[in-house]
Write a protein of this length. Structure first.
Length: 87
């Protein structure tokens, strides 16, 4: 359970940082969203398997990949739009 909590909060932090970065750099388009999703999955997988030493047997089906996904995308979009609009 601790591993899923760490992945959840890692993804939230990643969504916030990448959203602020994309907003400050005034990046636009579908490539930003696709890049965020690809980067989020890649970095969270590296974090889970390298830093937290998780294994595939510890989680059911795609539980690790879906943990905090919707919240992270929401935080990314909100921070991206706010930073893009006001900075």
């Amino acid at each position: 359970m601790e591993t899923l909590d760490c992945i959840f909060w890692f993804r939230q932090l990643l969504g916030l940082l990448l959203g602020v970065g994309a907003g400050v750099l005034h990046l636009t388009g579908m490539y930003v969203i696709v890049g965020f999703v690809m980067g989020m999955f890649t970095l969270s997988q590296l974090y889970a398997y390298r830093v937290l030493a998780a294994t595939d047997e510890d989680f059911q089906n795609s539980e690790l990949q879906l943990e905090g996904l919707a919240n992270s995308i929401g935080i990314f979009l909100l921070s991206w739009i706010v930073c893009f609009s006001f900075l």
